[in-house]
Write a protein that binds this ligand. Structure first.
Ligand code: DOR
Ligand code: ZN
Length: 360
């Protein structure tokens, strides 16, 4: 049935990734080509070690990213600042005015990878957030409480009730992106707010529920934060992503870690989805009968929220049968180590066929 109903190709504005981790050094060199292959721009997370808290550090990192983009590929990193208890409103506003960063990322301290220097009290950074609201600078939120007594599957909904709702009441004009939402609660929260509150949705949270982490044994390559939730939540995310609502847009949260750091007694959180994400999203829109809404989610809603131009360049994506499909590499080499990507070894159901110059 899908063979008859599915168009063989789709031509859209080149997509952007509104949430990605590109790391640094050998890892940066290994992963940037995969993001640049699918996306024209990406919002780059600042959770390096040490975190990126100054204009100088972020500008230097942007240069390193640009240097890692393969020749002939156009890719623009959109940078973010890492909020700490100590960062000042003036530094945040200066970086925004100088176009060094386009947003600031709020990691509750110790919520996730490299968040040790994150914010310990929202009230403590209120002057920074007030200034951001004044200048129209988006706040990107990792929305999980960090209290170890709160069940890990409830940390996002608890964050809504105890932090985010209060923040939205206090600063109703602040532009907020609730990053990588994983629950029906988060979808409902965003829908109940005006257009200045939006959310990114990852490809993996549209595909897996929490069972994936325990299928026949412990599966570290499906562990990320926020952790995947129950099936009802995955279905709510699929509804939101494919609804056409401009408050929801594409953000992969592709977060590479070396395989040895994930396949460990205390494995790191994060899925490296850059090589497969675009095809994985397309499969969801195809399954939901919403391919006509894919361009909005992937290429239009994000720029509208951030007040950036949409991409001029177009791409044509084609549905491919198993026989013609590219396969995701079983592993991606980063110097003498490797990363295991999402859908490792699997055939990609969609591929970019035009322009042909983008590297495979
Ligand atoms: O799973 C995750 N990995 N979640 C995050 O919030 C951070 C990310 C990372 O940097 O590895
Ligand atoms: Zn992230």
């Amino acid at each position: 049935m899908t063979d008859i109903q599915t168009p063989l190709s789709l031509t859209i504005r080149r997509p952007d990734d509104w949430h990605v981790h590109l790391r640094d050094g050998d890892m940066l060199a290994a992963v940037v080509p995969h993001t640049a292959n699918s996306f024209a721009r990406a919002i780059v997370m600042p959770n390096l070690v040490p975190p990126l808290t100054t204009r100088a550090a972020v500008a230097a990192y942007r240069d390193r990213i640009r240097a890692a983009v393969p020749k002939g590929v156009s890719f623009e990193p959109l940078m973010t600042a890492y909020l700490t208890d100590a960062i000042t409103p003036d530094e945040i506003a200066a970086g925004f005015a100088e176009k060094i960063w386009v947003a600031a990322k709020l990691y509750p301290a110790k919520a996730t990878t490299n968040s040790d220097f994150g914010v310990t009290s929202i009230n403590g950074i209120m002057p920074v957030l007030e200034r951001m609201a004044d200048i129209g600078m988006p706040l990107l939120v990792h929305g999980e409480v960090t209290d170890q007594h709160v069940d890990i599957f409830d940390r996002e909904s608890m964050f809504i009730d105890t932090v985010l709702a209060l923040l939205c009441d206090r600063l109703p004009d602040l532009k907020i992106v609730f990053e990588h939402v994983t629950t029906a609660d988060a979808v409902a929260f965003v829908k109940s707010h005006p257009q200045n509150v939006a959310a990114t949705i990852t490809a993996h949270h549209l595909h897996i529920n929490r069972n994936a982490m325990f299928q026949g044994g412990i599966r570290p390559h499906f562990y990320c934060l926020p952790v995947a939730k129950r099936e009802i939540h995955r279905l709510a995310l699929r509804d939101a992503a494919t609804s056409g609502d401009p408050r929801f847009f594409l953000g992969t949260d592709s977060a590479p870690h070396l395989a040895r750091d994930k396949e460990s007694a205390c494995g790191c959180a994060g899925l490296f989805t850059a090589p497969s994400a675009l095809a994985a999203y397309l499969q969801v829109f195809e399954e939901e009968g919403a391919l006509d809404r894919f361009e909005g989610f992937a290429s239009l809603h994000g720029p509208a929220f951030y007040g950036l131009p949409i991409n001029v360049q177009k791409v044509t994506l084609a549905r491919v049968s198993d026989g013609q499909a590219e396969r995701v590499a079983a592993e991606i080499v980063a110097r003498d180590q490797h990363i295991v990507p999402f859908w490792a070894g699997q055939a990609l159901p969609w591929r970019i066929v035009e322009p042909a110059t983008l590297p495979a």
